[in-house]
Design a protein around this ligand. Structure first.
Ligand code: AMP
Length: 610
């Protein structure tokens, strides 16, 4: 095209400071050949606004008037877009709306690494924050300090915590947050109940406000001190006994394999979860009922998937039992043992191959049919980052599935064995690889993302993505090795809340916890948790919380903390996966390409603490 030029877009004026409730006027000047079409992007604007359109000589002028400017638009990037056959053009100005500071919330202290009073404040110009403890000024120090969380992606709202490091009953009381900016001030109270003191006889929630806390403790009698000490010793003995019991339980869980972990350490006992759900008001009816097909309503793999299988006319390979020689046990899932085996006649290139054999114990006619159906599904899933399925062995008992052998086992164990606590965890059997580096972690994450891109392209919802369900092979090759659908095939009881409940709640987004909604977007949330697992060397998400506390945190919108070894770019990815609105979460293709870019160009990361 002759005389063709890209649109030129300029917003006037570029200064945008105004007080809340005031008005602003902007002109967007657009020129270009051929004449571009142009518009303001106002769909996310809260302030009332009107448009006007003027055409000057060769320039189109779009006027946008903001009336009664809302503080919600502070820091909003006002954008004017234009396009012609030559391409697009745009200009942007950031709104700077001044308004009195206000406290959006201040909640009672909750336990994280340290105790935290979570708060959110909003105000422009930036407010100052001050704290009072029982009405008196609280001096911040290394044990009591305010911390704001960067990049919360919430406009000008600042989220943060007043942290208290190891507070005792001496710190119980009323904490007042006072915020000020030049346009106003606000304050709010929250209670901190960290430990019950025998001297303070109060119930949860009814915290007395001592008029002179320090004096009170100075004048404690010898008897009361003695009493405090004996209670403390009693508590310590109880804590030790409790720890011992926990160690025994954890030890037992450790002997189970992946499915075992689902049953116990990840999900806790059935009662624990049922309790949690009741606590969250989900549990009056059994949250998971059976539908007509007899499957739990958690069991919802799309019909569409079956269509694909039929279209492809898949054939599941039948492997003769006599071709399989078991070597030793690799682990045990909820539905049977997993063995390392040598298998003959699998491939024309080699006469014997190492394989992993998953057996199915106690098979009846219906589980046999389910087994066959899963085998058909697994036959369809073929990708370099999905563990390879070779076929089934159905002549005789037990029924078995034959998979490619992944030498380093499941990714969670692998991460722990290559993290700072490898010695404590005594994963001595692992080959020495040293501690994983950030580029290696990115490489692992990129491979899982690649497998997920493939599953999403088939509209397959995994529902249980976690590092324990990924496998590690030679040369740091990582593959997704276990599928959500295994649960429905092997046991429809698996997701029953009324019966045996084993939901991977720590990996689940709020909508899956509250409404049992599992989608490609809920898989994205889990992928964010997988990233977190990788960058914490296999820590359990919300390890410091019980199941019910984890449910409460997730549904309240709390996020897992940024791991120490995690570059900012990766933390942004995690946060993109943990958007509360499923539609606002990143899509797996973008996550994958961003990870690939980071693998090629690893971010410079200095662990200043370590
Ligand atoms: P699962 O029944 O899938 O939970 O597997 C139980 C355990 O067996 C896992 O934690 C792995 O350690 C091991 N395992 C499962 N599949 C394989 C495989 N293909 N290659 C090597 N080890 C495996």
């Amino acid at each position: 095209m002759d005389n063709c030029s890209l649109p030129e877009v300029t917003i006037l004026p570029s200064a945008t400071k105004v007080k809340e409730g005031g008005s602003l006027m902007f002109e967007c000047h657009v020129s270009g050949t051929p004449p571009p079409v142009a518009s303001w992007r106002t769909e996310r604007l809260h302030s009332r606004h009107v448009f006007e359109r003027r055409v000057m000589v060769s320039t189109l002028v779009l006027v946008l008037q903001l009336l009664e400017v809302s503080s919600k638009d502070n820091l909003h990037n006002l954008t004017c877009e234009a396009e012609n056959q030559a391409g697009p053009g745009e200009d942007m100005v950031q709104l700077d709306i001044e308004f009195p500071v206000r406290i959006l919330f201040l909640r009672k202290a909750e336990r994280q690494h340290h105790w935290c009073f979570p708060f959110a404040v909003d105000g422009n110009p930036e407010p100052t924050i001050q704290w009072l403890y029982n009405g008196k000024e609280l001096t911040e120090n290394r044990y009591t300090y305010t911390q704001l969380f960067p990049d919360t992606d919430d406009g000008s709202v600042k989220h943060g915590c007043l942290f208290l490091n190891k507070p005792t009953h001496l710190n119980n009381g009323v904490y007042t947050m006072v915020v000020r900016n030049v346009l106003g001030h606000d304050q709010a109270n929250a209670t901190g109940l960290f430990m019950n003191s025998p001297a303070d006889n109060f119930d949860d929630g009814a915290i007395p406000v001592p008029t002179n806390t320090s004096n009170k403790h100075v004048t404690e009698s010898k008897e009361s001190r003695l009493f405090v000490i004996s209670v403390a010793v009693g508590l310590a003995v109880f804590a030790c006994a409790f720890l011992l019991v926990m160690l025994v339980v954890i030890n037992r869980c450790g002997q189970h394999s992946k499915f075992g972990i689902h049953r116990s350490s990840v999900l806790g006992t059935e009662d624990d979860l049922a309790l949690s759900l009741r606590f969250m008001n989900f549990g009056t009816n059994p949250p998971c009922t059976e539908d007509d097909s007899g499957l739990s309503s958690f069991v919802e793999n799309p019909q569409y998937f079956c269509g694909i299988i039929k279209d492809k006319d898949m054939c599941v390979q039948n492997i003769k039992r006599q071709d399989i020689v078991l070597k030793w046990e690799l682990g045990e899932g909820a539905f049977g043992k997993v063995y390392l085996a040598e298998c003959a006649n699998l491939s024309p290139d080699s006469d014997k191959m190492l394989v992993a054999i998953k057996t199915l114990k106690d098979a009846n006619e219906s589980t046999r049919q389910d087994f066959q159906r899963e085998a058909e599904l697994l036959t369809v899933l073929q990708h370099q980052h999905i563990v390879r399925f070779y076929g089934v062995c159905t002549d005789g008992e037990p029924l078995a599935m034959v998979f490619e052998y992944m030498r380093h086992g499941d990714l969670n164990r692998f991460l722990r064995a290559h993290g700072p606590d490898a010695r404590i965890l005594e994963e001595v059997k692992m080959p020495p690889l040293g501690q994983l580096t950030v580029p290696q972690m990115l490489h692992i994450a990129g491979q899982i993302a690649s497998g997920m891109v493939y599953l999403a392209s088939l509209h397959f919802v995994h529902r249980d993505l976690a590092t324990r369900n990924c496998l590690v092979g030679e040369g740091l090759v990582v593959k997704i090795g276990d599928f959500g659908m295994s649960r429905d095939i092997y046991s429809t009881d698996y997701y029953r809340v009324g019966g045996r409940t084993m939901l991977p709640i720590r990996w689940m987004p709020p909508e899956s916890i509250m409404y049992r909604k599992f989608t490609t977007e809920s898989d994205i949330w889990s992928f964010g948790v997988v990233l977190w697992e990788i960058f914490t060397y296999g820590k359990q998400p919300w390890y410091q919380l019980s199941n019910s506390e984890a449910i409460e945190c997730i549904t309240q919108g709390r996020e897992l903390e940024r791991p120490r070894t995690c570059p900012k770019e990766v933390h942004l990815l995690m946060q993109g996966c943990w958007q509360r609105e499923p539609q606002q979460r990143l899509v797996i293709k973008d996550i994958h390409s961003r990870l690939l870019a980071l693998v090629k160009n690893p971010p410079l990361y200095l662990d200043i603490l370590g």
